[in-house]
Design a protein around this ligand. Structure first.
Ligand code: 3BY
Ligand code: FES
Ligand code: FE
Length: 419
């Protein structure tokens, strides 16, 4: 029988006030966290990593989302597959490390052995009537968008991934992520709910006051301002920036680099947004001196002045594709008040450390920015715990995209929680 009980969550979703941050339980309540894991992280396309994480046949990577552990592996024929990390014998976790390279997947408990297609190859002492073909690893849906890997834990994933991929592939393809390598990775346990991590990323209202490193390459004007607050100098700067965006778009597009904005953050199940934006200074990269961090450029790019292609997906990722490197971010909820942020930096696979790039120079801007953002997320989590917290208004000029994140979340929760 259909359960029509009006839950706490349904009441909160129904009374959500547009234009305002969410009510505190969305950031603190373990029951809502459980619903987020089930309805958001269990039913949508979740960004988990990149094809170069499993570059060679035999490479495997483990991604945990809630209680679900997933093995992502490269098969002998070069395909990337995903499986539940649960042995079909008595359920032991198969791969314990984050990354490994193996010939087959061998359970260390009783040595059941699977190939990278999930097929059970070997199970000793099971008798002649035992049917190995019924005991393969359970597959997980996985898709690659030009090398960015998304998994979906649902039986039937949202069917609009192809629509996003068709729109995004021309933007991402010139950077040839599949022929890049991960040269640095960081994991931060952020002291806040996953939605606070995402909301913080969806605006740059806080950038000028908090990100001294990031605002060297990033134009403050790129993420909105209230026009009536600008003085004469500000108006000129804003115009100069708008002109630069327009001429950069025209120039990049004329040489095969789609650049103009596309935004489907709250009108698709697999919400996304992209735009290629010019950078300040030398205009080349997210580095301390705004110059390319890697001398060997990505893919077909021959001019380092390609700005940064911003690509965001709902519910859990953002990425910056530049001429010389890609920096990519995946947010995984841990509990109501903690989230894991994994950041990867990639350069051309043939680039040589110490010759073409220096890891410290490559990672310094986002290492600093991540730490600053993590502290800001922590402040909001502290606030959400206080009885004095109430939803506050988003700026219509700089927090429109936070509003779209919250709209997407509330819309998806309403759609799925009603069932
Ligand atoms: O991730 C982005 O696209 C930007 C950069 C920093 C904050 N965010 C709005
Ligand atoms: Fe894996 Fe027994 S639980 S072989
Ligand atoms: Fe930030």
């Amino acid at each position: 029988m259909l359960d029509t009980t009006d839950t706490h969550l349904q009441a909160l979703l129904r009374r959500r006030k547009p234009g305002y941050s969410l009510e505190a339980p969305f950031y603190t309540d373990p029951a809502i966290f459980a619903a987020d894991l089930d309805l958001i992280f269990g039913r949508h396309w979740i960004y988990v990593g990149v094809e170069p994480d499993v570059a060679e046949p035999g490479d495997a990577m483990v991604i945990d989302i809630g209680k679900t552990s997933v093995i992502i592996a490269r098969t002998d024929d070069g395909e990337v597959r995903a499986f539940h990390n649960v042995c079909r014998h008595r359920g032991a976790r198969l791969v314990e490390e984050y990354k490994t390279t193996v010939g087959n997947l061998v359970c260390r408990y009783h040595a059941w052995t699977y190939d990278f297609d999930g097929k059970l190859l070997f199970a000793e002492h099971m008798g002649k009537d035992f049917d190995t073909s019924c005991h393969g690893l359970k597959p997980v849906h996985i898709r690659s968008l030009e090398g960015l890997l998304f998994i979906c834990l649902a039986d039937a994933p949202p069917d609009d991934f192809d629509a996003m991929a068709a729109r995004m592939a021309p933007y991402l393809a010139p950077h040839d992520l599949r022929n890049a390598k991960v040269v640095a990775e960081s994991v931060i346990i952020e002291p806040g709910n996953w939605k606070l991590v995402m909301e913080n990323n969806r605006e740059c209202y806080h950038c000028a006051g908090n990100h001294p490193e990031l605002t060297v390459p990033l134009f403050a004007y790129g993420f909105g301002f209230a026009p009536e607050e600008l003085d004469e100098v500000g108006r000129l700067e804003a115009r100069r920036y708008a002109d630069l965006v327009e001429t950069s778009h025209a120039q990049w597009e004329s040489c095969g680099f789609p650049s103009r904005g596309v935004e489907h953050l709250d009108d698709m199940i697999t919400g996304f947004r992209t735009e290629r934006l010019p950078l300040d200074g030398a205009g080349e990269s997210h580095t301390g001196d705004t110059r390319a961090a890697c001398r060997k450029l990505l893919g077909s790019i021959d001019d380092p002045r390609h700005g940064a292609l911003h690509f965001w997906t709902q519910p859990n990722s953002w990425h910056h594709f530049m001429s010389d490197h890609v920096v990519t971010f995946s947010v995984i909820p841990l509990d109501a008040e903690q989230s894991l942020l994994r950041t990867r930096w990639l350069v051309h696979k043939d680039a040589v450390e110490g010759v073409d790039y220096d890891v410290e120079n490559l990672t310094s801007v986002w290492t600093a920015t991540n730490a600053q953002d993590s502290a800001l997320v922590g402040l909001c989590q502290e606030g959400a715990r206080s009885p004095a917290y109430e939803p506050g208004p988003y700026s219509p000029h700089t927090e429109m995209l936070v509003e779209k994140f919250s709209n997407w979340y509330v819309g998806r929760m309403r759609a799925l929680n009603a069932r």
